[in-house]
Design a protein around this ligand. Structure first.
Ligand code: PLP
Length: 376
């Protein structure tokens, strides 16, 4: 079955009770039991809910995973994945993850005896010297937010597995339409479904997809025990979103490439970060492991003042956090999405005060370009 077919049909069988073609929103907290210990597979909605089950089957299929779990947010999905670790374990964390991921390690997990080191995984040779006897996980994001560095997932997985460590990849930026990390050897894929998977900026959610049965059993146990589940309504929304993932991602990619090329030639722009440009340092890796480059583009305006001018002059692009919706969103990573990353770390990553990030939407490209042009 092809990707677009799976996106529409996996998990989406007609409702067994009524034949409803769209999976209904099972807005119920509990399920009647016929007798003690006899039920239809559902008992209490924290544990399992049919709308959530449908979504879990759907996204797991898209990632090529046997198991999937939907969470209340991307951060809840990441937090629940990290509960595979125990006090005393060490993690190699990509040095340019989503700000909230860094904050989770830095401010919360560090209180529970989980050690981590930041490593620039875009050069796989940086990885080997970072392993310690207690390294149990390598956590990467590719492309990274917001400077769009790319990590070679096959190379990182091979090194990590030789050390007995799991590899987790945050696949939010490309979605399984353009990148399926498990095919490159990654063990666990995490998502903020808030972004491309839902795609319409009207739901916050997260997802974990994996093949290992023991790890899946534990993540399911954490999902039920800690309870950061996705609601039936949000599960319905994301399931509705993934049906059009293939067509939306094609449109984001087409517009993303055009915006990146336009900015690269614009006299007011000093630098463009987009893995689809031949000038991108990991362009070759991106071409190999991705089937598209997506709609995320960031660019250097040269100063905080210039960035402010652009951000306050756009009319079509909406100034706001988040990404991956049908509408173009623009933001200032240093003060918005990455404000929780210390200034000296931001500087080391090239996450400057003049950097502007666009989540290129699927509006008519002429309208997006003329908005950016007048703002610049
Ligand atoms: C938004 C985002 C997250 C966090 O997801 P939430 O749904 O906001 O909790 C994690 N990783 C990446 C790459 C993101 O863009």
């Amino acid at each position: 079955m092809g990707f677009a077919t799976k996106a529409i049909h996996a998990g989406n069988a007609p409702d067994p009770a009524t034949g409803a073609v769209s999976v209904p929103i099972y807005q119920t907290s509990t399920f009647a039991q016929e007798a003690l210990g006899v039920n239809k597979g559902y008992e209490y909605a924290r544990t399992k809910n049919p709308t959530r089950t449908a979504l879990e089957q759907n996204i797991a299929a898209l990632e090529g995973a046997k198991f999937g779990f939907a969470f209340a947010s991307g951060m809840a999905a990441i937090d629940s994945t990290l509960r595979l670790l125990k006090s005393g374990d060490h993690v190699i964390l990509g040095d340019n993850t989503y700000g909230g991921t860094f904050r989770l390690f830095d401010r919360i997990l560090s209180n529970y005896g989980i050690e981590f080191d930041l490593v620039n995984t875009s050069d796989a040779s940086n990885l080997e010297p970072a392993f310690k006897p207690n390294t149990k996980m390598v956590f990467v994001e590719t492309p990274t937010n917001p400077v769009m560095t790319v990590t070679d997932l096959a190379a990182v997985s091979e090194i990590a597995h030789a050390h007995g460590a799991r590899v987790v990849c945050d696949n939010t930026f490309l979605s399984p339409y353009f990148q399926r990390p498990i095919e490159h050897g990654v063990d666990i894929v995490v998502h903020s479904t808030t972004k491309y998977l839902n795609g319409h900026s009207d739901s916050v959610g997260g997802f974990v997809a994996l093949n290992d049965e023991k790890d899946a059993e534990w993540i399911g146990f954490v999902q039920n025990s800690a309870g950061a589940i996705l609601s039936p309504f949000d599960s319905f929304l994301v399931l509705r979103g993934t049906k059009t993932l293939a067509v939306r991602m094609e449109a984001h990619d087409k517009n993303g490439r055009t915006v990146a090329n336009f900015l690269a030639e614009h006299p007011r722009v000093q630098k463009v970060h987009y893995p689809g440009l031949a000038s991108h340092p990991q362009h070759e890796i991106a071409k190999r492991q991705q089937s598209g480059f997506g709609g995320m583009v960031s660019f250097e305006t040269g100063s905080l003042d210039n960035a402010k001018k652009v951000l306050s002059s756009v009319k079509l692009c909406t100034l706001g956090e988040s990404l991956g919706g049908v509408e173009s969103l623009i933001c200032h990573p240093a003060s918005m999405t990455h404000a929780s990353v210390p200034a000296e770390r931001r500087a080391a990553l090239g996450l400057t005060d003049g950097l502007v990030r666009i989540s290129v939407g699927i509006e008519d490209i002429e309208d997006i370009l003329s908005d950016l042009d007048q703002a610049l």
